[in-house]
Design a protein around this ligand. Structure first.
Ligand code: HEC
Ligand code: HEC
Length: 486
């Protein structure tokens, strides 16, 4: 018997002891409080144009900030954070394997709703799949991650879609060539000047993924989770509502199904999830908040130049262009269990340029494109080497590299996503996102930069050859990038 099943057995014993003593206890109360969320939005009404964008976003904001109660359907006594069944009557809240919080904004609140989080708001990612066992925070069972902000996330989701489109088009061109020529074809995987290695397609259509870098083998860029594991705000929301709050959405868990046995069905509608996605997609875009004093502005500009000069910008791309700056919901790359464009009459659209979320390229070849200054390439890198391995603290792989594509399409067996690789962190909110690093255990930017080994070693070493004054200019530049406050 392993440790896990031992603890499980122990828990069953304790629970049955509890059942005996509860004969004497007073029955739980009949709840008469109204739910916190009294109005749910219907997806068909959204598609039929019954609500303005402002009203949809307001509903999303309300749901993001709502501290759900039992009358809403909060809690999941008989299922885990993945939706799998577990022994009923588990604790209503448990800090580690969750439900652990009352609202999305309970964690995402710095400097305001939708923002990043304090280290106390960390999540033990993958512990939600376990019964709430005491060892769920051990690195064998979960990955501790710091809360990220989602300001600017609409542009990030759209960038990832365009990059995925490009990479998949390269693969399909290679496939067509291989079929026609009867020989294997290898092509470089480059989109928006970011290289994801290369792909080889055999004449029978099978893919050799061994030289694909920094993205899953299905070539779908998943810009959310620091591991690059989730494709859309919608997919994240469906996961997070069940994981953190025990609130099941109908599109994930079905209509009139009480999967978690909390006595409530249809806890969140498809329209509610659309509203939540749009709320997150249209949060203000983080950017440099230019100070008034010319000397301070000059120092920020100098820091930005030095950042480029020492090579930070090779991964933290200061600018990526979004060819079509219109956010549309739902995302065509959504995996099953999430609304898909084929399921709707009308996708909801928001022009990110027209609404002031992004600046527009005014002339030249890319005229009309939106400018995204997120300081990322949406690629996974390994920042660890023999001397520096602070970012190699995780042990548990988060999912597999073939993504949700058919593993039989590949010439080699599916492999776990590498534990030591993380997406290049967006830096456009670096002035609002402390603590730093995927675990949030670093309180200064100096430490965050210091631990850049491996793929970033060269530029890190270059940075530390700068004078202290120059290093400080880079730090001041990073700190100047913030979530705008009203
Ligand atoms: C207990 C704290 C906590 C709660 C509650 C919480 N989150 Fe998060 N959220 C996190 C953490 C931690 C991350 C980073 C996860 C990672 O990198 O693996 C995150 C990441 C995200 C991201 C991805 C951001 C990115 O750029 O990768 C989205 C989207 C998100 N959360 C949405 C939500 C929604 C919607 C809710 C409410 C249903 C919610 N979160 C509730 C802690 C929380
Ligand atoms: C090889 C690609 C690469 C290069 C080059 C690179 N970085 Fe990073 N950076 C990353 C990745 C990946 C992360 C996420 C690390 C983690 O948390 O696991 C990161 C994280 C960061 C963070 C933490 C931000 C936060 O909110 O937690 C800062 C700050 C940062 N980088 C600054 C820099 C600076 C300054 C340079 C140049 C000296 C640089 N980076 C060079 C890939 C790179």
């Amino acid at each position: 018997m392993n440790l896990y099943s031992l603890v499980r057995q122990l828990m069953v014993c304790l629970l049955s002891l509890g059942a005996v003593s509860s004969v004497l206890a007073i029955d739980p109360p009949v709840i008469i409080d109204p739910p916190v969320v009294e109005f749910h939005m219907d997806q068909q009404d959204i598609e039929d144009g019954q609500y303005s964008l402002k009203e949809i976003i307001k509903q999303g904001n309300l749901l993001f900030d709502a501290r759900f109660n039992k009358a809403d359907g909060q809690g999941r006594p008989a299922s885990t954070g993945t939706g799998a069944p577990r022994i009923a009557d588990q604790p209503e809240f448990i800090r580690t394997s969750a439900p652990e919080s009352n609202s999305c904004a309970g964690c995402h609140n710095i400097p305001s709703s939708g923002g990043a989080g304090d280290i106390v708001a960390n999540v033990f990612v993958l512990a939600q799949a376990l019964d709430p066992v005491t060892f769920s925070v051990s690195p064998e069972f979960s990955n501790e991650r710091n809360t990220l902000g989602m300001h600017g996330a609409g542009a990030i989701e759209m960038l990832a879609r365009e990059m995925s489109d490009d990479l998949i088009a390269i693969r399909e061109a290679a496939r067509a060539e291989a079929e026609e020529s009867g020989e294997s074809v290898t092509k470089d995987l480059v989109t928006k000047d970011v290289s994801f290695g290369s792909i080889t397609v055999l004449p029978d259509g099978k893919i050799d993924p061994s030289n694909i870098e920094g993205v899953d083998w299905d070539l779908i860029i998943k810009p959310f989770h620091q591991k690059g594991a989730v494709v859309s705000l919608r997919e994240f929301t469906n996961n997070a509502m069940n994981h953190h709050h025990g609130m099941q959405t109908t599109e994930r868990f079905g209509l009139d199904v009480d999967a978690d046995q909390d006595g409530m069905v249809n806890e969140l509608t498809t329209g509610d999830v659309t509203a939540l996605s749009l709320y997150q997609a249209t949060l203000p875009t983080p950017a440099i908040q230019w100070p008034k004093r010319p000397a301070k502005r000059k120092e920020i500009r100098r820091g930005r130049d030095l950042f480029n000069q020492v090579g930070c910008a090779t991964c933290h791309k200061p600018e990526l262009l979004l060819n079509n700056p219109v956010f549309s919901e739902p995302n065509p790359y959504n995996p099953s269990g999430n609304l898909h464009p084929d399921d709707v009459d009308e996708v909801v659209k928001v022009n990110l340029v027209r609404r002031g979320f992004l600046e527009r390229v005014e002339k030249g070849q890319n005229k009309g494109a939106g400018i995204v200054n997120a300081f990322t390439d949406l690629k996974r890198w390994d920042l660890n080497d023999d001397d520096l391995n602070h970012f190699a603290n995780e042990q548990l792989p988060q999912g597999m590299l073939s993504g949700f594509a058919d593993p039989d399409d590949f010439t080699i067996a599916d492999q776990p996503r590498p534990t030591e690789q993380f997406l290049t962190r967006k830096l456009w909110d670096a002035g609002s996102s402390d603590p730093y690093g995927h675990r949030g255990d670093l309180t200064t930017l100096t430490e965050a930069i210091h631990y850049h080994g491996g793929d970033a070693r060269e530029s890190r070493d270059e940075y530390f050859t700068l004078s202290e004054e120059d290093q400080l200019a880079v730090i001041k530049f990073l700190k100047s990038m913030k979530v705008p406050t009203k």
